[in-house]
Design a protein around this ligand. Structure first.
Ligand SMILES: C[S@@+](CC[C@H](N)C(=O)[O-])C[C@H]1O[C@@H](n2cnc3c(N)ncnc32)[C@H](O)[C@@H]1O
Length: 298
């Protein structure tokens, strides 16, 4: 299998961690392993890298793709990054991390090779699943069934910033028995939204799918938990670097960093954030909305 995901802000994020060859680093979002491998290459045999992903397909891909580079000091574990502290304990790691990297969201592999999970609104025949960790109980279809019209509208508005959230929710509840696939849902969204707001560039399915995915995977709750836990366990002068792709995530990271710098517990590496260069945006359009923020623990 080939690599699909192009790591975003690769040099900037690796530089932000200020990697010491003997240090201990955590990559909470392994994906296709692009960032992890770059960290691993900078470590000596005394250094340690712990890479985590909640998607079993990501774990299997990286273990196979990097099989010739794998060493005992690169641990690859399937877990939710919100359980970072438990993973460290279970693996009997007796060191404090010198740097933690989080590259939030979906990988291009999950969008393009979803294993029938319906992450992309373009894959019309796939079921409405959207679970990154397939051992979780609740799928996107379950949410559409269980939530009321108002609850669905609130979700689309809050997590998708969708202005036609009520119309879409109403249409969904009216047709719930006929919604099983991605295509069933996108056709219905198309019908619910006025023609002028239904174009390829403004496709409302993108926002509704983002909202459902955030709720299915409790993405914002996990992000808040991992920030708290990461900062707590970081070594003195350790760095927490987070790459986000939309404003809801970025707000959580920005507020967390500001709170730690105001309280004097941490300091900001960049006065604002680092964004991709024009060159990176053009060569990898998925990087366009990325923001990297780094907090240093005092
Ligand atoms: C943007 S991709 C990371 C790409 C990676 N940096 C690379 O260079 O290939 C995000 C990855 O994080 C994983 N992920 C998202 N939320 C997670 C969570 N709460 N716990 C563990 N992994 C998570 C996803 O499954 C996905 O593989």
């Amino acid at each position: 299998m080939d690599k699909i995901h192009i790591p975003v802000l690769l040099n900037e994020s690796i530089d932000s961690l200020d990697i010491k060859p003997n240090g201990f680093y955590i990559d909470g979002t392994l994906g296709d392993g692009g960032h992890s491998y770059e960290i691993f290459k900078k470590l000596s045999p005394e250094g340690l890298l712990l890479s985590i992903d909640q998607d079993q397909h990501a774990i299997e891909f990286v273990k196979d793709y990097y099989k010739d580079s794998l060493q005992p000091n690169w641990k690859i574990i399937k877990s939710n990054f919100a359980k970072l502290d438990e993973v460290i304990k279970e693996n009997n790691i007796q060191r404090l991390p010198d740097g933690i990297l989080l590259d939030i969201g979906l990988s291009s592999r999950q969008l393009e090779e979803s294993h029938n999970r319906g992450f992309s609104y373009l894959e019309s025949s796939e079921p409405l699943d959207m679970r990154m960790d397939q051992t979780l109980g609740v799928t996107a279809k379950d949410l559409l069934t269980v939530f009321s019209e108002k609850e669905l509208a609130d979700i689309f508005y809050k997590y998708g910033e969708e202005r036609y959230s009520y119309r879409i929710a109403k249409e969904i509840k009216k047709n719930i028995s006929n919604i099983n696939t991605v295509g069933d849902l996108t056709r219905l969204i198309y019908k619910a939204v006025p023609a002028a707001d239904n174009s390829i560039t403004k496709n409302p399915s993108r926002r509704v799918f983002q909202a459902l995915r955030i709720v299915v995977n409790d993405e914002l709750g996990s992000l808040q938990k991992v920030l708290d836990k990461s900062f707590e366990i970081l070594n003195q002068n350790g760095r927490l670097s987070v790459i986000t792709f939309h404003s809801l995530e970025d707000r959580i990271v920005k507020n967390f960093n500001l709170e730690k710098s105001r309280s004097g517990e941490g300091s900001l590496l960049f006065s604002k954030y680092i964004a991709p260069t024009d060159e990176e945006r053009i060569s990898n359009p998925r990087s366009a909305s990325a923001k990297l923020r780094t907090l240093i623990k005092k």
